[in-house]
Design a protein around this ligand. Structure first.
Ligand code: BTN
Length: 252
């Protein structure tokens, strides 16, 4: 298997690096094309939310991947990306972040990175677009989200070097993506994700689905990355989309 060869296209300002990556993939971009912008005017988050992207306050990054994985393993690409961000923050900023299912990175329960993975059909086959937004500077946060969010600068009390974060991120994605596509790569990625997430096992959580909310205790991941949550009645529910909130710990 050949290692990912990243090529970077940089923009001063763009609507969304994910939208540009989708356009580039449809126009035939190869695996490894990365879009980086200093500002996004229409940054997008999961579940149709927006992603605040003021100039030079965060890393706004998307990559085009053309995985050879079976389609049912594609959800693991976001777990792989979360692990890569975790590796990069540790290397570039000495910051150890927690991964919250499915792919937020948090410090002290506050979010400092979000990941949006999308699938796009192109003439040369399906592509995965993985968008990563990291709050780097303390001023990246609007007052309305500041009690739920944090930044690398706030968490480390130091100004992050965004070029270094990007360099480590590219290395980590190359390694983690290569591992995911290797034999045993799915099991390995799930194991590593569980080892880097306080949410994986035994965590009391509230799950908000589109039309339902329930509480339970996390019991690891399915082979496709779904979160297993055991309810008080002993029923195991599998969560493939939705929001997870931590509840106060119990002994279960
Ligand atoms: C989330 O947590 O809801 C996902 C946020 C993903 C934000 C990043 S910023 C770079 C890329 N471009 C976008 O429009 N979104 C992703």
């Amino acid at each position: 298997m050949t290692l990912l060869q990243p090529t970077i296209l940089r923009f001063a300002s763009i609507d969304s690096t994910n939208l540009e990556a989708v356009r580039q993939a449809r126009a035939g971009a190869q695996e490894g094309l990365c879009i980086v912008a200093r500002e996004q005017t229409a940054g997008r988050g999961r579940l149709d939310r927006s992603w605040q992207s003021p100039p030079d306050a965060g890393l706004y990054f998307s990559i085009v991947l053309r995985p050879t994985l079976e389609m049912n393993a594609w959800p693991l690409i976001t777990l792989m990306a979360a692990l890569a961000v975790s590796d990069a923050l540790l290397k570039a900023c000495s910051l150890r972040a927690d991964i919250k299912w499915p792919n937020d990175l948090c410090v002290n329960e506050r979010k400092l990175c979000g990941i949006l993975a999308e699938t796009v059909e192109t003439e040369t086959g399906s592509a995965a677009i993985v968008g990563i937004g990291i709050n780097l500077k303390a001023n990246s946060l609007l007052a309305t989200v500041s009690d739920l969010a944090t930044s690398v600068e706030s968490a480390t009390a130091a100004k992050p070097d965004s070029a270094r974060v990007l360099e480590e991120l590219l290395k980590a994605i190359g390694e983690r993506y290569d591992l995911l596509q290797s034999p045993q790569g799915r099991e390995h990625t799930i194991r590593e994700w569980c080892a880097n997430s306080s949410y994986a096992i035994g965590r009391r959580v509230r799950i908000a689905l589109e039309n339902d909310t329930f509480e339970g205790t996390t019991r690891g991941l399915e082979s496709d990355g779904a979160l297993r949550v055991e309810t008080a009645g002993g029923k195991m529910r599998l969560v493939r989309a939705g929001d997870v909130t931590a509840l106060r710990a119990t002994t279960t």
